[in-house]
Write a protein that binds this ligand. Sequence first.
Ligand SMILES: *[C@@H]1O[C@H](CO)[C@@H](O)[C@H](O)[C@H]1NC(C)=O
Ligand SMILES: *[C@@H]1O[C@H](CO)[C@@H](O)[C@H](O)[C@H]1NC(C)=O
Ligand SMILES: *[C@@H]1O[C@H](CO)[C@@H](O)[C@H](O)[C@H]1NC(C)=O
Length: 482
Amino acid sequence: MDGKGEDKPLKLYFIPYLAPGHMIPLCAMATLFASKGHHVTIITTPFNAKTLQKSIPSSQSKQHLHLHTVPFPSQEVSLPDGIENLSATTNLDNLVKVYQATTLLRPPIENFVLQNPPDCIVADFLFPWVDELANNLKIPRFAFNGFSLFAICAIESVKKHSLYSSTSFSIPDLPHTITMNASPPKQMSEMLQPLLDTELKSNGLIVNNFVELDGEEYIEHYEKTTGHKAWHLGPASLIRRSIEEKVESGQESAVSVHECLSWLNSKRVNSVVYICFGSLCHFPDKQLYEIACGIEASGHEFIWVVPEKKGKEDESEEEKEKWLPKGFQFQNQEKGLIIRGWAPQVLILSHPAVGAFLTHCGWNSTVEAVSFGIPMITWPVHGEQFYNEKLITQVRGIGVEVGAAEWTAVGFGEREKIVSRDSIQKAVERLMDGGDEAENIRRLAREFGDKAKLAVQEGGSSHKNLTTLIDDLKRLRDCKLS
Ligand SMILES: *[C@@H]1O[C@H](CO)[C@@H](O)[C@H](O)[C@H]1NC(C)=O
Ligand SMILES: *[C@@H]1O[C@H](CO)[C@@H](O)[C@H](O)[C@H]1NC(C)=O
Ligand SMILES: *[C@@H]1O[C@H](CO)[C@@H](O)[C@H](O)[C@H]1NC(C)=O
């Protein structure tokens, strides 16, 4: 080596999982590397590539950022064309098929990578085989799982102490005392654990968060208990800036952006509750009914995102009434905007009229809300969302809990415990009716929003983590070459 290697751009491959909550943030992080002049290729399937193409910023990063597609095995798993990611599914059957299909992506992706080896692979932890592939090529690999580091610390501690039987319990050994309202379903732990174990064999974890929100104490805890390193490069949502980019990111939205903006523009600052449970949660009708009653009783204005199939023109009157109280939409025409399908979430959260976010605590949504300084009303459903809730409420004090206590394995299907309209009304009022507690939560949320914005700027914590990661990768590459 003549010492010039350092200036040569890195060649990096990113392999995102086929769920928007994983794909969109990981691709946003990929653009970070491209904007520094490194050669980035995102490997995905054709339909997802079409969406991602739109979210790649049109700036200089474009010339360094490429999409490589491998075919989606629709026929092999008997899925109709066009269903290539988890948010395109609305039932368990198709969800399982998409999951199966992703396991079939290994051979075509491996072929491509082996024929054109990069300097480093960043892959979702749901593709554990990337570990073997990277080892064969003797290149570093980094893992991404879309979780906060706080949640990973909680998961590891729950595993260590086998806390799966009780309904309500405290997590031992963490820097804070964390009391859980529900315990994780066994299936989830059984599925996650081998994946997390493989993840620990990688060179490090890429986290869509910033150091200040997870907290130095949890970073230390993680390094101490696992011996593994975590790099905080987020929040991914702040990587895109202008209004056009905010809209284009993610999928086609179901409401015109103009309609949404002009509605919000007519509202007072902090007066609107934004309600959205992400792309993978589908509540039964009687739960939707309670939400409608609860929000109406609170008297506050709202934007409510409901799954696409709800309230379509061709739905019979009877079907409609099952989940919306009679005359609800008519009576609430001024007060509420119901969006069916995908909403321009970043645009909504960044609007000053929005005063609270009733959320399922999916990490992608959570970190977006934090970025814009919006306090949350937490309603976790599945996955690691119950841990995220605790980071928001007990640890950082930027939200209130609605009182969800049923932790399911997936986001849809029947549920035993319905969150009542009273609980919903109370939680909304606790945050929206003013008072000392609410003001305090609002102030803290704003402060974390400011910290998030600083983190991604030159000299901020995420920016520094990115710089040291790139330096480390160059060192790893150059000592391999020499
Ligand atoms: C997920 O699939 C749906 C249906 O094909 C598509 O409309 C959407 O753009 C895809 N999402 C992403 C993030 O690629
Ligand atoms: C996060 O997900 C939301 C909706 O689930 C989507 O609107 C948004 O574009 C995603 N953002 C990022 C940064 O992943
Ligand atoms: C990321 O930044 C934080 C704060 O600046 C620092 O404590 C941490 O060690 C960095 N992480 C890595 C892996 O270098």
